[in-house]
Design a protein around this ligand. Structure first.
Ligand SMILES: CC(=O)[C@@H](O)[C@H](O)COP(=O)(O)O
Ligand SMILES: NCC(=O)COP(=O)(O)O
Length: 262
């Protein structure tokens, strides 16, 4: 069984910087620390409103990353033009609403198939591998395949936001069914959003998952333990789950309890 990969999202290092408009902390530096600690790639989300990652961060990381860039972006002309210049190794197309606190769901590929297909083709023409951030929904998975994208990233937000273990288990079953189906039709499958040290193992145990993209929980842990340790601890949990060949559905013992109420 293949090892599972960790993409560290450093958006929220930039959130801290933007809070005061300072030049620190620098997500470029954080990305280097994360790579040294074992990140297999760095994910950054260049949002239309630049609330955290900005154009300078993308341009510098394009030259300094030692692993690979996964540039998350909306399906817009502005972002496609930026990506044509940057030529990231990976690009993940995500939905974006200015008023959202964070990503709220998967990209509606089926409802805009021609637009997404054109974006996939344009990105691939620059040598970028394209992933589509979608819900574990058969219709969206089939649409993602139809666009010519080689990867999807399954949105794990509803699993992460589960209010109790029954709901979490039901969400896990839904994710596994979608991931298995996507793999069966030849898509490569990543996963991400809302994953933490307490809920990551069942997702990491799903054998078809290639990479987990994790940010908020790692950066939050880094505020207490430091980024090097936060990355190493997350990677260790993921590799343990994969090495133990855990059955994702019988891993109640690895649940660290459902999402604590804010
Ligand atoms: C697509 C996704 O789930 C995240 O990678 C995204 O970056 C979340 O947006 P924020 O980082 O702005 O919370
Ligand atoms: N695509 C998911 C990602 O990059 C990080 O999401 P989160 O861990 O910050 O919720």
């Amino acid at each position: 069984m293949k090892d599972i990969l960790l993409g560290v999202n450093v958006d929220h290092i930039a959130t801290l910087r933007q809070a005061r408009g300072t030049s620190y902390p620098d997500p470029v530096h954080a990305a280097s620390v994360a790579e040294h600690a074992g990140a297999d790639g760095i994910t950054i989300h260049l949002r239309e409103d630049r609330r955290h990652i900005n154009d300078r961060d993308v341009e510098v990381m394009a030259r300094t990353l030692q692993t690979r860039m996964n540039l998350e972006m909306a399906v817009t002309e502005e972002m496609l033009t930026i990506a044509a210049g940057i030529k990231p190794e990976f690009c993940c197309l995500v939905p974006e609403k200015r008023e959202e606190l964070t990503t709220e769901g998967g990209l509606d590929v089926a409802g805009q198939l021609d637009k997404v297909t054109d974006a996939v083709r344009r990105l691939q023409s620059h040598g970028t591998t394209v992933s589509l951030f979608i819900d574990a929904d058969i219709v969206q998975i089939d649409a993602a395949k139809a666009t010519g994208a080689t990867f999807i990233e399954i949105h794990t937000g509803q699993y992460a936001e589960a209010e109790n273990e029954q709901e979490m288990h039901a969400e896990l079953v839904r994710l596994i069914k979608g991931i298995e189906y996507a793999d069966s039709i030849g898509l490569k499958v990543n996963a991400g959003h809302g994953l933490t040290y307490f809920n990551v193992k069942p997702i990491a145990a799903i054998p078809q998952v290639i990479e987990l993209n994790i940010g908020h929980a790692i950066i939050a842990r880094a505020a207490i333990d430091g980024l090097d340790k936060a990355v190493r601890d997350m990677k260790k949990l993921m590799l343990e789950a994969r090495a133990m060949k855990l059955d994702p559905l019988s891993t109640h013992s690895v649940y660290g309890g459902v999402k604590a109420k804010p």
